[in-house]
Write a protein that binds this ligand. Structure first.
Ligand SMILES: C[S@@+](CC[C@H](N)C(=O)[O-])C[C@H]1O[C@@H](n2cnc3c(N)ncnc32)[C@H](O)[C@@H]1O
Length: 243
């Protein structure tokens, strides 16, 4: 993977435009997400472990908002020889181009269909695993229920959804302390105060986190029988729901 360093918000800018997954972001995304999301590497590795346990022969796996393909690669390593297909989807052309290069770098007997498109337009069928790794938070809140409903319909009984998100808290002191600890994590990873505040402005209109209870209610309302948060560090969490 491209290990170029993220310096996108290092210079002061008079006008901060809304964050986009454009070619500049795609070029440094690997570094950006590791330095910004606590536990990202563990989450990626564990998605592979979930795949090993849940992916059934002759079924499909969906990686929705696949970016550079980190989750797809982690899953593909674990499901060799099962005659499965992974459908990886992202609507950023720059991400998809780089994702294809990353997929080509490794040999596998598992087919990956890489689609440049909107996850709201993708059919989901015969799925044993669906992954939304830090993607749902970028959908307009009013579109989230419909996507989860579609995923539920497309999963086979016993199938798994892994949903990782930045989360917010209704409890103000908890929100405040966990947000501060996250900012300390970014500082410890070399981001300056300027970078942190400019990126925050860029994300303000495009990323709208939900609370853990909103996620749980949405998933159970759409029919998922089993739910748990399996990972949380500060204001980042990864959840699982089984159909
Ligand atoms: C934070 S990144 C996801 C990280 C990735 N899943 C991983 O594990 O490395 C969010 C991705 O979702 C994509 N995305 C956002 N909204 C989308 C949509 N409506 N349809 C398809 N992709 C979308 C973005 O282009 C971006 O690559």
């Amino acid at each position: 993977m491209n290990a170029s360093q993220d310096t996108i918000y290092a210079q002061a800018s008079e006008h901060i435009s809304d964050f986009q997954f454009d070619s500049r972001v795609a070029g440094v995304f690997s570094d950006m997400i590791r330095r910004s999301v606590p536990g990202y590497t563990q989450i990626i590795n564990t998605i592979g472990d979930f795949a090993d346990r849940f992916v059934k022969p002759n079924t499909q796996v969906y990686d929705l908002g696949c970016s550079l393909g980190a989750a797809t690669l982690s899953i593909r390593r674990q499901i060799q020889g099962r005659d499965c297909r992974i459908v990886a989807v992202d609507n950023s052309e720059s991400m998809v181009v780089r994702c294809q290069e990353n997929l080509n770098a490794y040999v596998s007997d598992t087919e990956v269909e890489l689609i440049c498109g909107d996850i709201r337009d993708i059919d989901i069928e015969n799925a044993s695993l669906v992954v939304l790794n830090f993607t749902l938070q970028f959908l307009p809140p009013e579109d989230r229920d419909a996507l989860i409903a579609k995923i539920y319909q497309g999963l086979n009984p016993g199938g798994l959804l892994v949903l990782s998100e930045k989360i917010r808290f209704d409890d103000a002191p908890i929100q405040s302390v966990l947000e501060e600890l996250h900012l300390d994590f970014k500082r410890a990873n070399g981001y300056s105060e300027l970078e942190i505040s400019q990126k925050r402005s860029a994300l303000e209109n495009v990323m709208k986190p939900d609370t853990l209870s909103t996620h749980q209610q949405r998933l159970t309302h759409q029919g998922f029988s089993h739910f748990s948060t399996w990972f949380q560090c500060f204001n980042f969490a990864s959840m699982v729901a089984i159909k």
